[in-house]
Design a protein around this ligand. Structure first.
Ligand code: SF4
Length: 82
């Protein structure tokens, strides 16, 4: 049997020293994310403008509906990008 004790764990290297690294794939999961609802004449419509508190409230994207949210990329100007 070739299975090791930790075979169920990720194969990615684990950093044991230095600062913690948070991998963010969407602004919506970032602590600096803020969204504000956009109100229209159609009360069924639900869309938001996305802003970044890390960049003084700079707009990330405008009029984002729920089905578009997964497609919004972290912008190139993000201060957390390496
Ligand atoms: S632009 Fe960067 S810092 Fe701002 S909300 Fe998105 S991931 Fe967070």
């Amino acid at each position: 049997m070739s299975e090791t004790k930790n075979s169920h764990k990720s194969k990615r290297p684990v950093r044991t020293t230095g600062p913690a690294v948070l991998e963010i794939t969407s602004c919506s999961s970032c602590p600096f994310f803020e969204r504000r609802r956009m109100f229209t004449e159609d009360s069924w419509e639900e869309a938001y403008d996305w802003f970044c508190k890390k960049s003084n409230g700079k707009k990330i994207a405008g009029y984002v509906e729920w089905h578009e949210a997964p497609k919004i990329q972290v912008p190139d100007w993000c201060k957390l990008k390496k």
